[in-house]
Design a protein around this ligand. Structure first.
Ligand SMILES: Cc1cc2nc3c(=O)[nH]c(=O)nc-3n(C[C@H](O)[C@H](O)[C@H](O)COP(=O)(O)OP(=O)(O)OC[C@H]3O[C@@H](n4cnc5c(N)ncnc54)[C@H](O)[C@@H]3O)c2cc1C
Length: 418
């Protein structure tokens, strides 16, 4: 990475950025590629990076309708963790966390991973039992986990409601020290720069509107900038997975919903880890500027609107106050939402599709940010080798037809959210 002195930085800023080198080329579409990845979020860019780097693919393009990282990658609450317990999920998410741990070095780009720990609060003896079970399974899979008592939780996060009149008294928590947060934009930028250096074309402002098909096989994409042929097309379009797949004639078991997030005005450091509330679908962390970043449940209707409605705002604020009463003194200064591709079991799809030449990476629900590196890694393997890696062999599309769901709700409406 290039290092600049403060003087050089000021001189470059005053010089209207003249002389900066682009971190990645703004490529023009070519007539054809071996691999076309649709979607320039973290998943699509990571896939392209690993295709080129791990599998030697020399002809790869990422097609993005807007700008890279402008989808859910730039809209999420940046929590990374691997506290899963179902076979098929455990090893995949742990691989992802390990890739996060290496990512800044691997990409030579600071993705600001902060392993400040995540705490899932428990509010009943049954929840304590469930937390113990989950923690034990995690540890048996080599994933770090710790069961905390009420006093240990209080020492870590004294601002939670430990009063006698708490609406949801805290009995303890499950703790993962290696969980934390990372800088969302940087992940997209780091993978983009890495992919570009391996010769990947990153094509922004180019929307896929349909597919080129010959004898039942997908042989390319129709875009707003012309047709682009491809040996293989991979979809990594998050909230638009079912919409784009339908253009190829494929109906997916995915529903599209909105998920909102909120940030407060900045305050001094007061929350040193990520907290997920076991009594409601709510979680919170403090960002580097001092704002409290909060998230909660889905808006309960299908939409591509990227906005979100007031009932969830009200519910989130009520949950915030029930968990951390002093949050009621802070002003919320930002609210936004993203479009989620919800599978019925909360687990993703990284798989060949029933249509030759078309591959799917989607169904990430609430939790795909943490999966970014392993998703790219496994999807690249699936595309290059035409078969899944053992880490994603359970994330098939046909599991819904066979009834072999991985029903962990992606940490959805359970205490293990986000
Ligand atoms: C409010 C919120 C909070 C969240 N919090 C967390 C969290 O704390 N931790 C966590 O792990 N996950 C979280 N998530 C989920 C996470 O953000 C997503 O699962 C993840 O970012 C998906 O990454 P992606 O690269 O697949 O998608 P995206 O970043 O959305 O990339 C997909 C890209 O495809 C492009 N595209 C779509 N259609 C087309 C087309 N026709 N042609 C070309 N391009 C197209 C889009 O423009 C977009 O840039 C959260 C999501 C939201 C909305």
């Amino acid at each position: 990475m290039t290092h600049y002195s403060a003087f050089t930085l000021i001189r470059k800023a005053l010089g209207a950025n003249r002389g900066w080198t682009r971190a990645w080329r703004n490529a023009e579409p070519r007539a054809g590629y071996d691999f076309v990845i649709v979607g320039g979020g973290g998943h699509g860019l990571a896939t392209a990076y690993y295709l080129a780097k791990e599998h030697g693919a020399a002809s790869v393009a990422v097609i993005e309708k807007g700008y890279i990282g402008g989808g859910n990658t730039g809209r999420n609450t940046t929590i990374v963790r691997s506290n899963y317990m179902i076979d098929g999920n455990t090893r995949f998410y742990e691989k992802s966390l390990q890739l996060w741990e290496e990512m800044s070095g691997e990409l030579n780009f600071n993705v600001m991973l902060s392993q400040r720990g995540q705490l899932n609060t428990c509010h009943s003896p049954a929840q304590m039992d469930a937390a113990a079970r989950r923690g034990n399974i995690m540890r048996m899979n080599g994933i770090d986990a710790e069961l905390l008592t009420r006093e240990e939780v209080r020492r870590r996060v004294p601002i939670l409601d430990f009063s006698d009149h708490a609406r949801f008294p805290i009995l303890g928590a499950l703790w993962q020290q290696r969980a934390g947060v990372a800088r969302h934009d940087a992940v997209a930028w780091g993978y983009a720069r890495g992919a570009d250096r391996h010769g990947v074309d990153i094509i922004q402002g180019c929307e896929v509107k349909g597919f080129l098909q010959e004898q039942g096989r997908i042989v390319g994409v129709r875009t707003t900038r012309g047709d682009i042929r491809a040996q293989k097309v991979g979809l990594a379009v998050a909230g638009h997975t079912s919409h784009v797949a339908r253009m190829a004639g494929l109906r997916l078991p995915i529903e599209t919903h909105l998920l909102q997030a909120f940030a407060t005005e900045p305050v001094k450091p007061m929350l040193h880890c990520v907290v997920s509330f076991g009594a409601a679908h709510f979680y919170v962390s403090q960002d580097d500027k001092g704002g409290l970043v909060m998230g909660s449940d889905l808006d309960g209707y299908n939409s591509y609107g990227q906005r979100g409605d007031l009932p969830i705002v009200e519910e989130t604020m009520a949950d915030a106050k029930a968990l951390i009463p002093l949050l009621s003194r802070l002003r919320v200064v930002r609210q936004w939402s993203g479009v989620m591709d919800m599978t019925m079991d909360g687990s993703p799809i990284i798989s060949k599709s029933p249509i030759d030449g078309l591959y799917i990476d989607g169904g990430w629900c609430y939790g795909g940010f943490k999966a970014t590196p392993a998703s790219g890694w496994c999807f690249a393997h699936t595309l290059a080798k035409d078969r899944p890696h053992e880490l994603n062999e359970r994330f098939t599309l046909d599991r819904f037809r066979r009834g072999h769901q991985l029903d962990e709700k992606g940490g959805g409406p359970t205490p293990w959210a986000h």
